[in-house]
Design a protein around this ligand. Structure first.
Ligand code: PLP
Length: 393
């Protein structure tokens, strides 16, 4: 049976060149903090990778901190900015207790902010329009003297909508408020230049970028101070204690280098495949809706609502036919709650439950899409024939 992986927003396979970089570095066991040659070799590899990650974002190497995952990068910003311990912040700590964020953020942003809310912070949860876009005017209106952080994602993991980050960051800067963007789904899929965007913090994650799990990074603009969440060692400028993950960091550096070299070509190829899938579904399957902004969308993501049936049954049936997709985000699956993103763009519960995310990557080709377009319409029709909702419509 043909196997087609269309769940690249959940995680990506290792790029063959990244795999090669890892295998070539398997003996790089030294502790990068050691003074001897083993340590220095590891240190050099880490600093080379830092330069590569920085180059992809147009940042300075010293503005990049390595972490273990995108969730950790997001937590570090949210907790590190709002922490009021002056010990870590030579410029003094912002006493404000107000945060602005959107309703469609990843749980690794939402949950730490909810924790702060329970501890007395005020939070503005920005609504989005039916495409998932944040309105910059609402951000302008929400800022007060108490606002310490604005965090809005670059691209949404479920529907792919790209937010107006440069505009939002400009508003934040004018009011001297820190701005963070979770770019875990954006990096490698669109041009991301931290200087052009004007952000203070930006999160990215290796395993969404053809590097392995267990490594990620955070951009922190030079001159900005945050308190560490993982305290202990002096590693990563004291912002992230813990002996560095040599192999993961080498892999992330190589993945960023590859993303920089091949991004435009890959993005054009993936966009073509996504469009073929979108048009094919619209042509062959009645009663479907495409979610997300029609233009401001990352090319990897196609969110489709198949009315009158359940996403879980679609997912399981497609899996039996060798096609891997997702309902909502992978982190949310396992829960019967409909996706908060789909509810925020205004889908009724029953439509949110019937939504599938197809997410494409560099390994997909025309034959994969042809196969998906052969299988998906049949599976949908078979499930609808069993659905009382379809019979009653
Ligand atoms: N932010 C977004 C938008 C994501 O899609 C994800 C993962 O799905 C994360 C953050 C978390 O990244 P990680 O899995 O590396 O913790």
């Amino acid at each position: 049976m043909r196997k087609v992986y269309l769940d690249n927003n959940a995680t990506t396979p290792l790029h063959p060149e990244v795999k090669k970089a890892i295998t070539e570095s398997l003996d790089l066991f030294g502790n990068a903090s050691s003074i001897h040659s083993y340590g220095q070799e590891a240190r050099k590899a880490i600093e080379d990778s830092r330069k590569k990650v920085a180059a992809l974002l147009n940042a300075l190497p010293e503005e990049i901190i390595f972490t273990s995952c995108g969730s950790e990068s997001n937590n570090l910003v949210i907790k590190g900015v709002t922490c009021q311990d002056v010990y870590c912040k030579p410029n003094g700590s912002h006493p404000g207790k107000h945060i602005i964020t959107s309703q469609i953020e990843h749980p690794s942003v939402i949950i730490p902010i909810r924790t702060l809310e329970r501890q007395g912070f005020k939070v503005t949860w920005l609504p989005v329009d039916s495409f998932g876009l944040v309105d910059p005017d609402l951000v302008k209106k929400a800022i007060t003297k108490q606002t310490v952080l604005i965090t809005v994602m670059t691209a949404n993991n479920e529907i792919g909508t790209i937010e107006p980050i440069a505009e939002l960051a400009r508003i934040a800067r004018e009011r001297e408020v820190y701005f963070h963007t979770d770019a875990v789904q954006g990096v490698g899929k669109m041009k991301i230049d931290v200087k052009e965007l004007g952000v203070d913090f930006l999160s990215l994650s290796g395993h969404k970028l053809y590097a392995p799990k267990g490594v990620a990074a955070l951009y922190i603009r030079k001159g900005v101070f945050v308190c560490p969440t993982l305290q202990g060692g002096h590693q990563e400028r004291g912002l992230r204690g813990g002996t560095e993950n040599n192999l993961g960091i080498v892999a992330l550096g190589r993945a960023c280098e590859l993303a920089m070299q091949g991004r435009e070509q890959e993005v054009a190829k993936i966009w073509k495949l996504r469009e073929k899938l979108r048009m094919g579904i619209l042509e062959k399957v009645p009663e479907v809706m495409i979610n997300g902004d029609p233009e401001k969308v990352i090319p990897t993501t196609l969110s489709v609502t198949f009315k009158y049936i359940e996403g879980e049954s679609i997912l399981l049936r497609l899996n039996l036919e060798g096609i891997a997709v997702s309902t909502g985000s992978a982190c949310a699956s396992g829960s019967l709650e409909p996706s908060h993103v789909l509810l925020a763009i205004g889908l009724p519960h029953e439509h949110a439950h019937g939504t599938i995310r197809f997410s494409l990557g560099i390994e997909n080709n025309e034959e994969d899409i042809d196969y998906a377009l052969k299988v998906v319409p049949r599976v949908i029709q078979e499930l609808r024939e069993m659905s009382p909702l379809w019979a009653r419509k």
